[in-house]
Design a protein around this ligand. Structure first.
Ligand code: COA
Length: 260
């Protein structure tokens, strides 16, 4: 698929996906969502890609939401389908099996905030402003924002943001756990990459299994999550990475992981 609204660049195992509609503050129209779906499917399958940074073009926005022009003219059936399609795209990102860092440089509103929450960690610039203003438009989150926000920052804080539709600035987003780190705008991509590369220095199978245990475990009763963890722990004991990681520690040298 030829991309019109996103850019994908890969360097030394890290793919940078940039949503590239700065004149519309990177709003997510249907075309952009299809391109993201296609790009993340390809990144999942590409073994040379070990982690992803997702960001928005321009100085003002990560993503200022779903495209309101499209939302304004949808029928109930189309709205439901758009919501299901969008949820699938964000699920694909969350379940990529490799770490995804959202580099949030500016507004992350509505669908943009939902997209950032589907990533595994969020680095924000000092000018970032995040929120779920859908209620101000007479609508509500449709890309699982009501579900992810409450899981990420807790029910009370999530309901405050969802019901007021107000934005929070970067320090407040950091305080409530909506973002992991705040840095200057100039350093946003560099710091996001540095954080991602810290993760990528670890065992690739470890990363995959940790993501699976946390993502799937949060959807299960605690005891089932423990069962999943113990099963994955048993499985990881069979890997070359486990042998190499423990041996390297005992031999006082850095490990060389191969993701096997
Ligand atoms: N959908 C479609 N277009 C959008 C958009 C969105 N979610 N957000 C911004 N845009 C467009 C604007 O319509 C404008 O286009 P135009 O130049 O053709 O008129 C362009 O992006 C720039 O936005 P503008 O509103 O002029 O910038 P601003 O700096 O004055 O305000 C925001 C920035 C983010 C406060 C404002 O754009 C906004 O409130 N956007 C909608 C946020 C929202 O409700 N998102 C949830 C959607 S479900």
């Amino acid at each position: 698929m030829g991309y019109q609204n996103i850019l994908v660049e890969t360097r030394e195992g890290v793919a940078v996906v940039t949503i590239n509609r700065p004149e519309k503050l990177n709003a997510l129209d249907d075309r952009t969502m299809e391109e993201l779906d296609d790009a993340f499917a390809a990144l999942a399958a590409d073994r040379s890609v070990r982690g992803v940074i997702l960001t928005g073009a321009g100085e003002k926005a990560f993503v200022a939401g779903a495209d309101i022009g499209e939302l304004a003219r949808q029928s109930p059936v189309e709205g439901r389908e758009r919501s299901i399609r969008g949820q699938r795209v964000l699920d694909r990102i969350e379940k990529l099996g490799k770490p995804v860092v959202a580099a949030v440089g500016g507004f992350a509103l509505g669908g943009g905030c939902e997209l950032a929450m589907a990533c595994h960690v969020r680095v924000a610039s000092e000018n970032a402003r995040l929120g779920t203003p859908e209620a101000k438009l007479g609508i509500m989150c449709g890309y699982a924002g009501t579900q992810r926000l409450a899981r990420l920052i807790g029910k009370g804080r999530a309901l405050e943001l969802l019901l007021t539709g107000e934005m929070v600035d970067a320090p407040e987003a950091l305080r409530i756990g909506l973002v992991n780190k705040v840095v200057s705008r100039e350093k946003l991509l560099g710091e996001s990459e540095a954080l991602l590369r810290k993760m990528l220095a670890n065992g690739p199978v470890s990363l995959r299994f940790i993501l699976e245990a946390v993502n799937s475990g949060l959807e299960m009763p605690f005891a089932e999550g423990q069962y999943l963890e113990a099963t994955l722990f048993g499985l990881i004991c069979t890997t070359e990475d486990m042998k190499e990681g423990t041996k390297a520690f005992l031999e006082k040298r850095p490990p060389k992981f191969h993701g096997q």
